[in-house]
Design a protein around this ligand. Structure first.
Ligand SMILES: N[C@@H](CCC(=O)N[C@@H](CS)C(=O)NCC(=O)O)C(=O)O
Length: 220
């Protein structure tokens, strides 16, 4: 049985949940909450030496990093969301890396400061929000252009690159990141958000944050 470690408020964790759902794989969700320091417990570090969420265990095979986990799962299932053809696969990797390196980091800056800092009692860094937003102003048009010429990021088929971007953009509304100038992204996103793999575990990000805050208050 596959075990997934993390909390649903993390879009990196949800990236793996969307993939598991898309592949139709059963899994056990094992709550591991960094806000409570559970990611530094000895038994978790044995699974995930980086102390990040998500991590996965597949009958004793342990793996961390959401993109590596998704590539493993799709390859294990022989799924076209991570194509076997070497060139198609490389294109999926290129778009996934772009999302992971250039988009996710900028979204995280805004999300952390606008939504999570109050929960963990960190100081809000307005400069970091500004830097994140101005970086997104440069990256989102690239994605919008790609989606004006293609149904999905890497062409005609849905791939891991789409799952990565979908999860990365989940907190945008809650964090006040305006996607309205990017109509191709909006259309692509609407088409994916109605699908079963997404509906099965999606919850409005602001509700996740409110719940996390309530839990924190209750445990104090
Ligand atoms: N590149 C990693 C990022 C993982 C990551 O940063 N996870 C955050 C939650 S979204 C985390 O574990 N934060 C807790 C910490 O750094 O202590 C991935 O894609 O899995």
């Amino acid at each position: 049985m596959i075990k997934l470690y993390g909390i649903p408020v993390s879009n990196n964790v949800n990236k793996v949940r969307y993939c598991l759902n898309y592949l139709g794989l059963e899994y056990e969700f094992t709550p591991t909450n960094p806000i409570e320091g559970e990611n530094h417990a000895e038994d978790y570090l044995a699974i995930c030496p980086t102390a990040k969420i998500p991590a996965m265990s597949d009958d004793g095979f342990n793996l961390f990093e959401s993109h590596a986990i998704n590539r493993y799962l799709a390859t294990r299932e022989n799924s076209s969301i991570y194509p076997a053809d070497v060139k198609q696969r490389a294109e999926v990797d290129a778009w996934s890396d772009y999302v992971n390196i250039h988009v996710a980091g900028a979204v995280s800056r805004v999300v952390f400061n606008r939504l999570l800092a109050p929960i963990v009692g960190a100081e809000v860094d307005e400069k970091s929000i500004e830097a994140g937003l101005s970086f997104l102003d440069k990256q989102l048009p690239v994605l919008d252009k790609q989606l004006s010429a293609n149904i999905y990021l890497a062409g005609k088929e849905l791939t891991l690159a789409d799952i990565a971007l979908l999860a990365t953009l989940d907190p945008c509304e809650g964090a006040g990141i305006d996607l309205s100038p990017y109509q191709n992204i909006i259309k692509w996103r609407e088409g994916l958000k109605v699908q079963a793999f997404y509906q099965k575990c999606y919850k409005d990000f602001t509700i996740f944050v409110q719940e996390a805050m309530q839990q924190m208050m209750a445990s104090k």
